[in-house]
Write a protein that binds this ligand. Structure first.
Ligand SMILES: [Mn+2]
Length: 246
C-alpha cells in the first residue's frame, strides 16, 4: 500500500454558503484513482510559487475539470457567454503543468484540464460552443455524468486509439461549453466529435502528455472498462516515473 504512485489532482474553489467554502474536486477523480491503485492528493489553488512544492509531492498530475479559462491567456476579451473563471487557478495550473513536463512527470488534462494544456502550449479556445460553433451537438449533456452521450472518432495511429484496441469510435460523456479553437503546435487531435469539436489531444512526441475533453473519471467510477483502462494506463506511467526516481 505504501508505494502506490501519488497523483495530484488540481482543485477548484466553491462557495456553498457563507460558512462553507473551499477547495473542490469531484469525488469521481478520487474514486477512479483509488480503483486504479493510486493515491490521490488534492492540490488547492495557491500562489504559483507553490507549484514546485506541489510537484515534489506527486508522481503525476491530473488537471481536473471546472470553470472557464480566463481568455486573457489566449489573447481574447471575455465574450458575452463566457462563464465564471478564476485567474489564480489558471496561473497555478500553468506553472504546475510547465514544471511537470520539465520533470518528465505524466500529466492528464481532463475537460478544462485539456483546455489549459492547449492554452499553455499556445493554442486558443472557443469561449462558448452554442453561440460560436457551426451546428454544434449537445456537449452539455442532461443525462447523468457517468453516462456517455455522444460519439467520438479516434484518430487511427494515435496512442489513444492504440490504448482502446484500435477502435474507430467510442461513446463518451460531455459536460463542457468551451472547446479547442486553434490546436497548439506540437499536438495532434486524437479524437473528434461528429460536429468537428476536438475531444482529445496528445503531444506528438511526448507520450506522457494527454488531454481528453470528456470526463473519464466519472465513466471509470461508473465501471466503464475502457475508461478504467485509461486510468490504469496513466497510473502505470506515473508508477514507472516513480521507480526511476527512487
Ligand atoms: Mn463533447
Amino acid at each position: 500500500m505504501g508505494d502506490r504512485p501519488v497523483i495530484g489532482v488540481t482543485a477548484s474553489f466553491v462557495k456553498k454558503t457563507d460558512f462553507s467554502l473551499g477547495p473542490y474536486t469531484h469525488r469521481d477523480y478520487v474514486t477512479a484513482l483509488l480503483n486504479a491503485d493510486a493515491l490521490p492528493v488534492i492540490l488547492p489553488i495557491a500562489p504559483e510559487e507553490t507549484a514546485d512544492a506541489y510537484l515534489s509531492l506527486c508522481d503525476g498530475i491530473i488537471f481536473s475539470g471546472g470553470g472557464d479559462v480566463d481568455p486573457r491567456f489566449f489573447g481574447e476579451s471575455p465574450s458575452l457567454y463566457l462563464d465564471t473563471f478564476i485567474t489564480e487557478r489558471d496561473r497555478i495550473e500553468f506553472a504546475l503543468m510547465k514544471k511537470a513536463v520539465a520533470a518528465g512527470k505524466p500529466i492528464l488534462g481532463i475537460c478544462r484540464g485539456m483546455q489549459v494544456l492547449n492554452v499553455m502550449y499556445g493554442g486558443t479556445l472557443v469561449q462558448d460552443l452554442p453561440t460560436e460553433w457551426k451546428n454544434p451537438l449537445q456537449h452539455d449533456q442532461k443525462v447523468p455524468r457517468k453516462k456517455a452521450s455522444h460519439s467520438v472518432r479516434l484518430l487511427s495511429g494515435s496512442r489513444l486509439s492504440a490504448l482502446f484496441d484500435d477502435k474507430e469510435s467510442l461513446y463518451v460523456n460531455s459536460l463542457h461549453h468551451q472547446a479547442i479553437k486553434k490546436l497548439a503546435a506540437g499536438f495532434r487531435s486524437a479524437a473528434v466529435a461528429p460536429d468537428g469539436v476536438i475531444e482529445a489531444i496528445e503531444h506528438e512526441t511526448n507520450d506522457r502528455i494527454l488531454g481528453v475533453q470528456w470526463h473519464p473519471e466519472s465513466m471509470a467510477s461508473g465501471g466503464d472498462p475502457m475508461m478504467c483502462r485509461l486510468f490504469r494506463h496513466f497510473v502505470s506511467q506515473c508508477d514507472r516515473i516513480k521507480e526511476k526516481m527512487v
